[in-house]
Design a protein around this ligand. Structure first.
Ligand code: SAH
Length: 396
């Protein structure tokens, strides 16, 4: 029999609505001394069985739900079914016709809380963000080898948020051959280097795939400013799409160096690319002071508000860069502006951008709403899974 979590009276509501997180404050009692990542039964105060979940003794999110089906058993077969279902969804989406870099598993939204799995050609990168996934890591690795046939399974669980789960940062080879340096992926006919060992996140920002494509289509003949450019994804698409010039700004020297190599890799004209290794907040002020202006500006900052607690400060930071960007746009210019903060929902983001336009004294209209790509699905009962939102705004 599994250890049990007994909820406080009334706290079964969100579980019945199939939200996959059980917070420590909702728990009345823990029976049976479960260890980190162990499967527990979750029971309401009136004794009703609710779900199976993975226990995390230190985290505020004390348990993450594996299944709401009593007949399920959380074992190798269960995980294999879930992983295969996730991979099948990506096949059905036919993403492989556009790219060989795909998110295979997107955590809670794929019924695998805390598990991220990204495929880059022959390499699959696994990131574990929860005690439950850590517990089953070996099993998950074996299933992934079988399901993907990948030559390399590599771990990139070297992220801060693991501290909240009481887990240490880990990275390294899980199975197969050690990755031999950078690999080249293809995204909508643009080639890009990915370093799964040292790159940011698991190596690449797959969630922006569709938006990079859109920016490329709208860049023709424009002067472009790409802020927070990382390895140059948006810049490459813009130049390939016929942009007159692209200035890329990022504070990471490694990212900037890789972006330059990516330009060469695609045989794109280097005289249309400019690079600036600088803090974007400062760089935008500098460009404003020098009277520069652009036909298209992309703002893809890192997560300013990882949780609801950071919202007020993050909102100011988003407003600051959007205001500066509006001021730097020429009449008829386009702003591609994004937020990947879970704590900032799309309504709030739109309000922040509207406030920035107002303070910049420009009239702007939304031409298109942008989202995370389809290999980052959102479980209906877990709206937190919808984290990347963006707007294309045209100024008068
Ligand atoms: N648009 C990119 C992903 C951007 S990720 C793509 O399509 O791949 C965010 C980037 O912002 C990272 O490369 C990080 O190095 C950079 N960054 C974070 N804070 C910054 C700052 N204050 N100024 C400049 N760059 C910053």
């Amino acid at each position: 029999m599994n250890p049990q979590i007994i909820l406080k009276q009334g706290r079964e509501k969100s579980v019945l609505q199939r939200h996959p997180w059980i917070f420590s404050g909702a728990i009345q009692n823990v029976n049976g001394n479960p260890g980190s990542g162990d499967t527990v039964d979750v029971i309401s105060s009136s004794g009703q069985w609710l779900c199976y979940a993975a226990f995390s003794p230190i985290s505020q999110i004390r348990a993450r739900v594996w299944s709401w089906v009593k007949d399920d058993r959380v074992d190798e077969k269960f995980l294999e079914r879930r992983i295969n279902q996730s991979i099948k969804l990506r096949r059905d989406l036919e993403l492989n016709k556009k790219t060989d870099a795909i998110r295979l598993v997107h955590g809670e939204s794929d019924g695998l809380p805390g598990l991220i799995m990204d495929q880059y050609g022959e390499i699959v990168v696994i990131q574990s963000l929860s005690a439950g996934v850590d517990k089953w890591k070996k099993v998950i690795t074996n299933i992934t080898c079988k399901a993907t046939g990948a030559a390399t399974i590599y771990e990139r669980s070297d992220v801060d948020v693991r501290k909240l789960e009481g887990l240490s940062e880990e990275s390294g080879l899980l199975a197969g051959q050690h990755p031999a340096g950078e690999i080249t992926i293809n995204e909508n006919n643009i080639r890009c280097l990915v370093d799964v060992q040292k790159g940011q996140k698991t190596g690449f920002y797959l969630d922006q795939r569709d938006n990079r494509l859109l920016s490329g289509r709208m860049a023709h003949g424009r002067t472009v400013l790409n802020c927070f450019s990382y390895s140059g994804g948006f810049s490459l698409h813009a130049i390939a799409g016929g942009a007159e010039s692209v200035l890329s700004i990022d504070s990471s020297s490694e990212a900037m160096a890789m972006a330059k190599r990516n330009l060469e890799l695609n045989d794109l004209p280097s005289n249309r690319a400019e690079w600036m290794e600088e803090d974007v907040f400062q760089a935008l002020r500098g460009l404003r002071d020098r009277g520069r202006s652009y036909d298209m500006i992309i703002l893809d900052p890192p997560k300013f508000a990882p949780t609801a607690a950071h919202v007020a400060k993050a909102a100011r930071a988003y407003k600051d860069i959007n205001l500066l960007a509006f001021k730097l746009l020429k009449p008829g210019g386009l702003l591609f502006t994004f937020s990947c903060s879970g704590g900032i929902n799309s309504d709030l983001f739109q309000k922040i951008v509207a406030g920035a336009a107002l303070d910049a004294n420009v009239d702007a209209r939304i031409v298109q709403w942008m989202n995370q790509s389809a290999d980052h699905p959102v479980l209906l009962s877990f709206p937190e899974g919808y984290y990347l939102k963006g707007l294309v705004c045209e100024v008068n």
